[in-house]
Design a protein around this ligand. Sequence first.
Ligand SMILES: Cc1ncc(COP(=O)(O)O)c(C=O)c1O
Length: 442
Amino acid sequence: MAHDDAAPALPNDLSAFWMPFTDNRAFKARPRLLASAKDMHYFTPEGRALLDGTSGLWCVNAGHTRAPIVEAIRQAAGELDYAPSFQLSHPKAFAFAQRLTAILPAGMDHVFFGNSGSEAVDSALKIALAYQRAIGQAGRTRLIGREKGYHGVGFGGISVGGLPNNRRAFTLLPGVDHIRHTYDPAAHFTRGQPEAGADLADDLERLVGLHGAETIAAVIVEPLAGSAGVLVPPKGYLQRLRAICDAHGILLIFDEVITGFGRLGAATAAERFGVTPDLMTLAKGLTNAAVPMGAVGVRAGIYEAVTESAAAGIELFHGYTYSAHPLAVAAGAATLQLYADEELFARAAGLEGRWEDAVHSLKDAPHVKDVRNLGLVAGIELTPREGAPGQRAAEVFQLCFDAGVLVRVTGDIVALSPPLIISPAQIDELVGKIGEVLGRVA
Ligand SMILES: Cc1ncc(COP(=O)(O)O)c(C=O)c1O
């Protein structure tokens, strides 16, 4: 199935582009290129279709090259290419911020814009520190993350993050500590949230005991950890974390870069779990990934404390040239409208049972050690090959690519997060092809 008759020319030298998080040598020896996309599919330069099981990188939640978003970007590009973001702005930035707060939890009334999830994370950490200072708690400088957490690649994000490969080669922020992760190697084939494990949140009390609450500014967690291989929060865990933060004056930050915008069948994970954080990072599905954008949702009271306690002049010495860039704002506004028009968050919620049954049908497939799921997310954990961790999953990724489905692998876990427009037949196709590949891989 060719999407476009005019196949783009293939580059004959791939060396100049240093690819991120990529085995550059292997990739350049055997490239995997995507030339175009429509709805649920990518198309290779040769015109081969790939069913997108990962929404790109957890971000194209409404499906690819959707007409209202494409049109909004086109229109905006001809109207206002750029407006300086410091001491100036453009009207649509304010309208978009207001529109966005309308789908955030009640009381999350302000947003700060950046260009990526990593920038949203660094912005949220800085806002947390600025807030503590503004309310007279300048001694609260410590930031707490969680083991196995992924919060992007800024120095702030890797410091609070808990993935060893992303940290070990770099200098990290001082004064950062981590609560324990929620991965339970003994839990197998849990459907939805695990019943046990809320008490894992009590690990925060250990760090309060160790460091003193008066030194801790904020705790950041992914409500559902994605990059670590889909770790679903145990029932009551996030509620408990919220209660401990409240008891000790610690801000709670949810990193919703992948859980926002319908991934868990609601606008945010905060809404799904009924737990409201103080700050929330967003990116990816915010613009359906059509233009890069990140944002921090900020609870009322935090914005006021920082802006009102400052001396006249700039209140927060932080921001980006492209904060609320006109093209990103246009893409974001069209994306939120499309989510609403097609009721995509509710659609994802409605598909969750079908999705759960489909992914758990892989329980008895070769090499499958565990299957986890929530919303339109699933993690299929494979038994690692003896002495070669990650290799089996890497082969599954390539074989799936060859078989016409795009999956993502992290370690020995196949992580799935399809666009919210996936049809039941496409769910079967995706899971069926993965099952077939698992039967072929050694
Ligand atoms: C939870 C989380 N936070 C932050 C990021 C970083 O986002 P970006 O790659 O846009 O900087 C990601 C990216 O996958 C993520 O999953």
